[in-house]
Design a protein around this ligand. Structure first.
Ligand code: FAD
Length: 397
């Protein structure tokens, strides 16, 4: 039987190994003491494993992803997981989570399946290099060298170093002549002017975040949860726009706390609220988060204790404008350490989209985040890991 080395025991590596084990002797090399460490933390510990709307529109770059999705779709993923005894629950935004509410159960089910299929899982073993002579790959670790017929690089990217993020996979593919697009943190919290975010630390709201700059106007919009922190802004809507931050453009984030309502509508609503509320600080009570209501008054330079019937028309317009566009200048991102994924990686031009085999080295495959594919928040990155892992695991079949 031919032998396959899967480098990395994360989401794509576990899937690649399960897929490969149908046809080949399969070994997983994982540098952490356990497989699936990052997977354990996904979806706030609940694992948002896929989404109803898996199309290339939710991924950046090009239509490369469609090749793997055509061979292993979202439905295939849900069926595959079900066969491992894992049910999924559909939630807001078409997101599917582990029914158990525990990402750990996804890791365990994959790990149990791998053991049942006699996959040789070697944890605590870092691959330091790979060479190819003739048809044979030599996989090198700090103290061994072993021959394989196929290699699947599933090492992920540099995001979340504490959970296993590295440049190793990128370096391995570069050593075989693959071109690399510089990785950058994506799906990452933003550090901003924090005068007001600090006052709201821990408050989570729903709204629309728009990344803007004076020269370009709106760069990117996203709706969803927004979390205020002592250093700036986080939450899925912020993470989704983070990829587009270019500090040279002096970007800022504008938050619309009531995207369904126009500014004019809000002004007339606030005019009515003036009569039924006591002060500027509680004017928005019942409309937006209580704490945000007080901070909104401060943001507009209005004392929250000011009696509401003393608010002028100008004040009301100012408050309405702030609710529809509270702005924070962006200083940067919180970096790879806090990023959920990375943009960049091995250029997809070097791989066949239907098999994920290298166009440079026969028998070499790659899957997951090591390739230059990244998606939005919502289960899109894991679906890429599952689909690409499954396809790469077929080793060209
Ligand atoms: C906190 C957090 C939450 C997230 N939540 C979600 C979510 O809910 N939904 C979603 O779709 N995506 C989510 N993501 C993104 C998702 O986890 C990744 O896109 C996905 O794990 C990528 O899979 P991968 O197999 O390519 O890489 P990884 O899962 O990172 O696996 C790579 C593995 O390779 C190992 N490795 C690296 N180098 C070597 C080496 N030289 N030798 C041996 N082993 C090596 C690493 O230790 C690691 O275990 C989240 C990410 C983070 C950090």
């Amino acid at each position: 039987m031919k032998k396959v080395a899967v480098i990395g025991g994360g989401a794509s590596g576990l899937m690649a190994a399960l897929s490969a084990s149908e046809l080949y002797d399969t070994v997983i090399f994982e540098k952490n003491e356990r497989v699936g460490r990052k997977l354990m933390q996904t979806g706030n510990g609940r694992c948002n494993l896929t989404n109803d709307d898996i199309t290339d529109l939710h991924y950046f770059g090009n239509s490369f992803v469609n090749g793997a999705f055509s061979r292993f779709s979202k439905d295939d993923t849900l069926r595959f997981m079900m066969d491992l005894g894992l049910m999924a629950k559909r939630e807001y935004g078409g997101r599917y989570y582990a029914y158990s509410g525990q990402a750990g159960s996804v890791v365990d089910a994959l790990r149990f399946a791998a053991t049942k299929k006699a996959i040789d899982i070697r944890t605590g073993v870092r691959v330091t290099g790979i060479a190819k002579h003739g048809d044979v790959f030599t996989v090198k670790t700090s103290d061994t060298e072993e021959a394989f017929d196929f290699v699947i690089v599933c090492c992920g990217g540099p995001a979340a170093e504490k959970l296993g993020g590295t440049y190793d996979g990128i370096d391995i593919l570069r050593s075989f002549g693959h071109s690399i697009n510089d990785p950058k943190p994506a799906l990452v919290p933003l550090t901003t002017d924090n005068r007001y975010t600090r006052m709201l630390k821990g408050v989570r709201v729903q709204g629309k975040a728009s990344l803007k700059s004076k020269s370009r106007g709106v760069i990117r919009d996203a709706e969803g949860d927004i979390l205020f922190t002592d250093y700036g802004l986080s939450g899925p809507a912020i993470m989704d726009v983070s990829r587009f931050v270019d500090i040279k453009e002096d970007p800022y984030v504008s938050l619309d706390h009531m995207p369904e309502i126009s500014e004019e509508e809000l002004i007339s609503r606030l005019e009515r609220m003036k009569d039924i509320r006591d002060s500027a600080g509680d004017l928005f009570l019942g409309l937006i988060h209580n704490k945000l209501s007080i901070v909104m008054a401060k943001y507009c330079g209005i004392e929250p204790s000011l009696p509401s019937d003393e608010l002028t028309d100008k004040d009301i317009r100012k408050l309405a404008r702030a609710v529809k566009g509270m702005s924070f200048s962006v200083k940067g991102t919180t970096g790879f350490a806090n990023a959920q994924t990375s943009s960049g990686g091995a250029s997809t031009n070097g791989f066949d989209s239907l098999t994920l085999e290298s166009r440079i080295v026969k028998g070499l495959f790659a899957a997951g985040e090591v390739l230059d594919v990244d998606g939005e928040c919502g289960g899109f990155n894991l679906q890429w890991a599952w689909s690409s892992g499954y396809v790469a695991g077929r080793c060209g079949k």
